[in-house]
Design a protein around this ligand. Sequence first.
Ligand code: MIC
Ligand code: SF4
Length: 643
Amino acid sequence: MAMNLVEKIFSRHLLVGELKEGSPISLSVDQVYTQDATGTMTWLEFEAIGIDKVQVPLAVSYVDHNMLQTNFMNADDHLFLQTSAQRFGAYFSRPGNGICHQVHLERFASPGKIALGTDSHTPTQGGVGMIAIGVGGLEAATVMAGAGFEINMPKVVKVNFKGSLRKPYLTAMDVILTLLKMLTVKGGVGKIIEYGGDGVKSLNVTDRATITNMGAELGATTSIFPSDEVTRQFLKAQGRESDWIELSADEGASYSEIIHLDLDNLESMLACPHSPDNVKTIKELAGTKVHQVCIGSCTNSSYQAMKTVALILKGKTVSPNVNLMINPGSRQVYEMLAREGLISEMISAGARILESSCGPCIGMGASPGSGQVSVRSFNRNFKGRSGTKDADVYLTNPVACVIMAIKGEMIDPRDSDIEIPLIENPDTFLINDSMLIPPTKNVKVEIIRGPNIKEVPIKEPIKDELLSEVILKTGDNITTDDIMPAGSQILPLRSNVPAISEYVFKNIDETFAKRAKEAKGGVIVVGGENYGQGSSREHAALAPMYLGLQAVIAKSFARIHRANLINFGILPLIFKNPHDYEKINQGDTIKISNLINSIKTNQLFIAEILSKGIKIELTGNLNEREKDLILKGGLLPYTRLKR
Ligand code: MIC
Ligand code: SF4
């Protein structure tokens, strides 16, 4: 039978189930990686499961998010992560080595394999032809403890490229922004996007990785490219040619949908505030004044992108009205640029060079000024994410970014008088793995914890009747940044759930935490479409759970957040009739009886809105495992009981 790429890789990893759209499957996993902001909880959870050593062939613990050390907390977490990695058998990527997705692509990503990462941009690795999926920390911990990865078989959508991207003013960012304009932030939910067609040849691996990285913004489970000669060249240049295998879809393979995109007809694009799918051509915004430009992140930090930026800056000066920040995503890229004198060109032009970390992308410093316009080569521009609530953040390709930094305003690169070089892949990358500490063998290392590191809270198993107040009703596309904000003040609290829970919904509802704690009988939140889009942070489930969240009722959910809710024993319920959303108001008390039976038998849940005397129907759509997880109070008690 002709197979697509996803079916080929899944069938080689299938433990349980059938590769039929929508049906539950369990897959074996080759690689798991964590980053520090989600990783402290993940490693605490791994420890709580009680397994001595990581059971997957490769585990890597990165430090890249919580890099500002304004007090003891982040440095303590780094040491906790380093000692946990040594204790449990994972590589440790030291702070300064780079952003997890970029470093993983350089040093570990392998065609044909399956990786999970505790970060929503894990699909970056799809650029080399592997399946890489973002998951919550607890999910990753159980897989590292030996469980299979359970998921409902997604639809597979093919995006067929024709033409070529080899034009200096365009980059892979324009490809994915064009797709975001076409498909929106909900367009990929429940789907894996498989790229193919002749145009794929014109994209090198790092271009492909930019596209798969931002597949997360489409809501896709993951995205994948074939593994071809271009992939082989990339791996060879990374000194890893032996990791290469050829992988492509069979002729006649079937897809749930095929989308065509002609790379010859692309324009320079930019996503406007405050959503990555609010995409326009740069020409439409030409002349808009720019105050800050940030280049880097896990989306656009390749050596080629950074070298292009440096060569454009050479001999020029950044506009006096613009702050230009550059954070090369990995030490490999940073060191190569430095050795070639390219960092000097950046400094000389007036750029501010930041360390290899997430930095401005997650509001870890470099927040724009009040009401300022910030143009970034990053992947998310949700309101307030930059650390400045009233800033307007735009997303575009690194070439357009640097040209705007010089000109001080938005301009299509073709309309500027600036010459843009076209940089080829290097034949060899600089390989220096000295900041990747390999797992120790057979030594019991003591795990060192700072005072800010607290235990993982566990939910009481669900009761048969819920009598809870709707503490908050939200609109569509609520992000996990809305639910559990990040930024330099809140991120250091990731290993302390009681403390971080004070900030739940803080940016959109100042008193949520207070009202939730006061509510007797627990908390219900009502949401619209695509509730919980964005990051994989399980804190967006765990911290509300700590405040008493029992159920979220929404029109639809983003995949990772729904899984995180279930993993922490919280019911994700869907309006059977989406118009019933209008019938519930904030402050209503909702009664749902016969819960346990409804969960077990997949019956409709009947919710009574007590203040109005009306009843509405809700569905759970829970598979067997999900039912079990909810009934046992979440994945941690479930995993412990199974052992
Ligand atoms: C993000 O880009 O939002 C993050 C910060 O990398 C998150 C992970 C986190 O919240 O720690 C993600 O994308 O999953
Ligand atoms: Fe880091 Fe931003 Fe990438 Fe998230 S999206 S991993 S915060 S660089």
